[in-house]
Design a protein around this ligand. Structure first.
Ligand SMILES: C[S@@+](CC[C@H](N)C(=O)[O-])C[C@H]1O[C@@H](n2cnc3c(N)ncnc32)[C@H](O)[C@@H]1O
Length: 260
């Protein structure tokens, strides 16, 4: 990705128009428009040295926004989108629905169905990785173990879609522990954060960044460290909300089961 002279503070993706996004906007998504533009813009910058991966696509929205960006850029990279493609609300065949929704971008997209925590990645370098499925520490750890080592320093980009979401406090903890490997460069929407890898992620880094099995006390202590590390770039209130969510849900490590 051509990242040398990006003025992240200026949010260059703001220039992406609804017309640019085109057919992607017809695919349902939980992303805000700021995030939609960011996904498109990052994919459009891709050089093509590695795959574009969307972890947690739900009804296809994030993948569609990435695909529209890829179509506008020069990369021939494939896109892989992973999901269970089954939720309690949508009982019909979500996989077929998503494949149909992504059909305007041809054969470029591959949908991989199943638990992401059980997936393996052996497809080489990853240029763009969007993470919107790290809804438990176990899955966050597995995503890091499997996909982060494929990111190329200063050439790839990592989107942590729910980084500041109150119900995913393990994400700042994980990324603070990986501070030797990633630099926070931007945020978008309400809770999304963008990181550039600055070093290859090794098994030692991953071991230090594991979030599974932390007690509430340890999680809160590491969250406080993360809040400090990401200050003032990220608002303290978001970390306070994550802290309050842990306190209100002792021992709960599943975003969907956390209650305010
Ligand atoms: C917030 S939604 C993603 C929204 C999507 N990125 C968009 O643009 O609208 C999270 C998705 O992650 C998926 N997911 C969460 N944990 C998963 C897991 N362990 N394996 C596979 N999919 C998972 C869910 O099925 C859900 O579709």
């Amino acid at each position: 990705m051509r990242l040398d002279d990006v003025d992240w503070a200026a949010k260059p993706w703001k220039a992406v128009s609804d017309d640019d996004l085109g057919a992607a906007l017809a695919v349902p998504s939980m992303l805000t428009m700021d995030e939609a533009r960011l996904y498109y813009w990052l994919a459009a910058q891709a050089e093509g040295f590695g795959a574009v991966i969307d972890l947690g696509t739900h009804r296809g929205g994030s993948a569609a926004r990435l695909l529209a960006g890829l179509a506008a850029g020069s990369s021939q990279a494939p896109l892989y989108t992973y999901d269970r493609f089954a939720t309690p609300e949508v009982r019909s065949d979500m996989l077929t629905q998503v494949q149909t929704a992504l059909a305007p971008w041809g054969a470029r997209a591959t949908c991989v169905k199943g638990d992401i925590a059980r997936q393996t990645w052996s497809g080489g370098a990853v240029e763009v990785l969007s993470v919107d499925a790290a809804k438990s520490p176990t899955t966050a750890d597995r995503i890091a173990e499997e996909f982060f080592p494929a990111l190329e320093p200063f050439r790839s980009v990592l989107i942590q879609q729910d980084f500041l979401h109150a119900k995913q406090p393990w994400l700042p903890v994980q990324m603070a522990a990986l501070a030797d490997c990633f630099q926070l460069v931007a945020r978008a929407g309400n809770v999304c954060a963008v990181f550039i890898p600055t070093a290859k992620v090794t098994s030692d880094h991953l071991k230090a960044a594991r979030t599974e099995g932390l007690t509430d006390k340890a999680l809160l202590a590491r969250l406080d460290e993360a809040a400090h590390r990401f200050s003032p770039a990220l608002p303290a209130q978001r970390f306070a909300d994550q802290r309050a969510m842990v306190l209100a849900n002792p021992g709960v490590r599943d975003a969907w089961r956390m209650k305010r």
